[in-house]
Design a protein around this ligand. Structure first.
Ligand SMILES: [Zn+2]
Length: 167
């Protein structure tokens, strides 16, 4: 996604945005920025501690890394999450696991759309029959990303029945 990140932030955000972030269940809204048809929300997970996945020792907060993930639209505007991912380090000097970056349930690792955004995009394709090329433009993702999101959403949702027709 071609989203610029040198932006002016506001600490006062729309209630609908606040609700959208909270409804993901894992995130806290830090600040936001609205520009035209796009809202950028800086978020972090509610998790304050972690244990090493290798040895189980408590982790130390080491760093933050920005991860850009698009969520369902809010107020008919694209919602782009700038997730301040924690980078953890193991507190056990004997442990081979040096550092690791946190993961969460609302988005698959290295994916550019939240899981519910994929379902939303897929709904537009499968139920409303919006062509994939149009969805790719509207969601500002590649055609391949839109197409694979639809394929993935088919497996996530049990409420849609075959046959699928994707334009
Ligand atoms: Zn460890």
């Amino acid at each position: 996604m071609k989203d610029r990140i040198d932006i002016e932030w506001s600490a006062t955000c729309d209630n609908a945005l606040q609700h959208a972030i909270e409804s993901l269940g894992e995130l806290r809204l830090i600040k936001c920025h609205e520009a035209g048809h796009k809202i950028v929300a800086q978020v972090e997970t509610l998790k304050k501690s972690a244990n090493c996945p290798t040895c189980g020792h408590p982790a130390k907060a080491k760093d933050r890394r920005n991860s850009i993930v698009q969520d369902l639209p809010v107020n008919n505007k694209r919602l782009v999450l700038m997730w301040r991912k924690r980078v953890w380090a193991c507190s056990n000097p004997q442990c081979p696991q040096n550092t690791w970056t946190e993961t969460a349930d609302f988005v698959s690792s290295r994916h550019s759309l939240t899981t519910r955004a994929k379902l939303g995009l897929a709904h537009q394709a499968l139920i409303n029959h919006v062509p994939v090329a149009q969805l790719a433009r509207e969601w500002n993702v590649s055609w391949a990303t839109a197409r694979s999101s639809i394929e993935e959403a088919k497996h996530l949702s049990t409420s849609w029945s075959e046959p699928w027709s994707i334009l």
